[in-house]
Design a protein around this ligand. Structure first.
Ligand SMILES: [Cu+2]
Length: 668
């Protein structure tokens, strides 16, 4: 069984045990001793099943079982033992005596108490997640004890030591609740050296960060404190980390102006959609350049009242050009503008999008393609970008929400650049021709083999480049089975749909990029000596995000802006473990850096080196990736399901000594 399956099974067993224990107690109280005994047996079986699944989950990693092993299973075991010793013999006797004294407190209280203890399992897993802390433990024990006392008092005229026990439970609960307000550390050094600032200053500013209401990020306060206290050494503001003003030798200056404005756009079916656009178009105007060019984009905002920025997804631009409002710039408000400049150093398929209220902004249409080609490119053939996006519940490829056709000369080279601009994965199939995945996330793959009858699952934000010679009988690209369709038709052929257009692709197996291509040497790998190691455990739980308590998407039990900032130094080799113990896929995205995949669920890739900027961490998965800290600045590190980022799943990665003058950081 998969890890995700075990996680779900453990929850189901936990709920079943809770219901059975509570049912057994209620039946006993109602003098239904036979039913109570039967439910007792079910409850014991469900409790054992829960313990068994938790143990089966343990080999997947401590993160998956921490709260169970340290808290909820010991609580359950104690309660089950108490119920078995105290209640079970009396229940058996009552059944034998046909309606004896099953409603005694000595029977009812242990059974219901086991129910409360059992309930703590799924409750802590769902509401707190990872990691369960002392605070979680004290509050949980106090709540269970309090519930037992209330029950006991309800079924019995006198409870020995009631006042003292109640006082102890209350004090325990209050102590646990109080611990919630102990501020978290503002930074995580990943085992590397701490930044050059006084330890007490770090503490004080950590407290400030924890008490901030979202107007300040943990990073903002932490980093500016470094310069305030005069220990930042070579401190420099992120606003000084800008791109060059000239192209590389042989390159040209490519100038673009993008104006953000609200508009009603018309999709190919004639359907009208209220959108936020660049230049009245969705996707926005494509930005194209050749390697070495200087890309200069003037962003203007006409009337998008929440503000707009440009983030170059997957492009490792200088930090000051990265377009994160509140961190690298202020959002561009109506009437304002901002000039972005960076060199086209990476060849490949990328995209741009707003990073201000980005969940809403990107959904509404504030995105476009960024494609950089080698300086010498053959002009023949077809080079098509195919961004997939969901408009009000309906999938479109580009602005085509109906099947559309592209004519290509037979035999000509075709490159399809698939881009997922949505929050969730999309499945693509290509029928009618074998093909290769030449690049993922803009980076060329080593020795990509021929594929056919395969489903490609693109993570949110991810890109796949497919290449093939145009077949004489045509080919069909589909997104999500039939929701979006591009027909490639040979020049001169009649427009009748090719046979491949009706092919059933729904059962095609899924492509795994970790086993694709040919292995090759990499500058570093799993065996390298790492300067910093970070672990991000992704979950859901109660947390404060953006100043409000919420059922948030959390990282290590915290939500933005309270997740400790990852601190690195220029040149560090950094290893990051990303664990998903939640129930949804999280497309992880670090700005400004490309990561090398070291392993997934403990298995190293068997194919070519895999360099990504966005990787789907599915429920139950553990990914290990590494990167060289070679792009000085302050960066977002977040889930690219932008709705998850908005609900807390975002943090910062900061280089020691870099400061930000902005104080309004957003989750994305
Ligand atoms: Cu997510």
């Amino acid at each position: 069984m998969t890890v995700a399956g075990l996680i779900a099974l453990e929850l189901v067993a936990g709920v079943a045990a809770t219901v059975a224990w509570l049912g057994s107690g209620a039946a006993a109280a109602a003098r239904r001793a036979g039913l109570a005994l039967a439910l007792f047996c079910v409850a014991v079986a469900a409790s054992l099943a829960r313990a068994g699944t938790a143990l089966a989950l343990a080999p997947a990693g401590w993160w998956f079982v921490q709260e169970k092993v340290t808290l909820t299973l010991p609580l359950l075991v104690a309660a089950v033992l108490a119920a078995s010793v105290l209640a079970a013999p009396r229940l058996v006797a009552a059944v034998r005596a046909r309606g004896g004294s099953s409603s005694d407190a000595a029977v009812v209280v242990p059974l219901l108490g086991a129910g409360y203890a059992a309930m703590a399992g799924p409750a802590v897993t769902l509401l707190v997640g990872y990691p369960a802390t002392w605070s979680t433990g004290l509050v949980t024990v106090a709540l269970v004890a309090g519930a037992v006392l209330v029950t006991w008092r309800a079924v019995s005229a006198s409870v020995p030591g009631l006042r003292v026990t109640a006082a102890v439970a209350l004090a325990t609960g209050l102590a646990g609740a109080g611990l919630v307000f102990v501020p978290a550390e503002a930074t995580d050094t990943g085992g590397g050296p701490q930044a050059a600032m006084e330890p007490h200053a770090t503490r004080a500013h950590a407290a400030m960060a924890a008490h901030s209401t979202g107007a300040h990020s943990a990073m903002g306060t932490g980093a500016s404190s470094a310069s305030d206290s005069g220990h930042a050494g070579s401190g420099q503001p992120v606003t000084a980390l800008r791109g060059p003003s000239t192209p590389a030798a042989g390159g040209e200056v490519r100038r673009f102006t993008l104006t953000a404005r609200t508009a009603t756009i018309t999709l190919s079916s004639g359907r009208e959609v209220a959108a936020w656009t660049f230049d009245g178009r969705v996707p926005g105007p494509p930005i194209t350049a050749a390697e070495g060019d200087l890309i200069e984009v003037r962003l203007r905002n006409a009337d998008v009242t929440s503000g707009v920025t440009l983030h170059w997804h997957g492009y490792d631009v200088p930090s000051g050009e990265d377009g994160v409002p509140g961190l690298t710039q202020d959002a561009v408000m109506p009437g304002q503008e901002f000039l972005y400049r960076f060199r086209a150093t990476q060849v490949g398929t990328y995209w741009y999008h707003t990073h201000e209220v980005s969940d809403r902004g990107v959904k509404m249409g504030l995105y476009g393609m960024l494609v950089v080609t080698p300086r010498e490119t053959a002009k023949e053939g077809a080079d098509l970008t195919v961004p997939v996006h969901t408009f009000a519940g309906k999938i479109a490829l580009g602005d085509h929400d109906q099947p559309f056709e592209q004519r290509v000369a037979p035999g000509a080279p075709v490159r399809l650049r698939l881009v997922n601009t949505d929050n969730t994965p999309h499945q693509f199939t290509l029928s009618g021709t074998p093909y290769r995945v030449a690049a993922i996330d803009g980076r060329d793959l080593n020795g990509p083999g021929e594929l056919s009858r395969t489903t490609l699952r693109l993570p949110a934000g991810g890109r796949y480049d497919l290449v093939f010679p145009m077949p004489t009988a045509g080919a069909v690209l589909r997104a999500d089975d039939r929701a979006g369709t591009l027909r490639l038709t040979p020049d001169g052929a009649p427009p009748a749909p090719a046979a491949s257009a009706t092919e059933d692709t729904s059962g095609w197996p899924e492509f795994d990029p970790l086993s694709y291509g040919t292995p090759a040497a990499t500058p570093f790998g799993a065996g390298s000596r790492f300067d910093r190691r970070f672990t991000l455990v992704l979950d859901q739980g109660l947390a404060i995000t953006n100043g409000r308590p919420a059922y948030a998407h959390t990282v290590n039990g915290h939500a933005f802006p309270s997740i400790p900032t990852q601190l690195v130094r220029e040149g560090d080799l950094v290893r990051v473990t990303v664990v998903n113990r939640g129930r949804e896929t999280h497309p992880w995205h670090l700005h400004g850096h490309t990561v090398l995949v070291l392993s997934r669920d403990g298995h190293a890739p068997t194919g070519g080196p895999l360099l990504l900027d966005t990787f789907d961490v599915r429920p139950g998965e553990v990914w290990e990736v590494a990167f060289r800290a070679n792009n000085l600045g302050m960066w977002m590190n977040h889930c690219h399901n932008l709705s998850h980022a908005d609900q807390g799943m975002a943090l910062h990665l900061a280089y020691e000594g870099v400061t930000t003058p902005f104080h309004g950081a957003h989750g994305g």
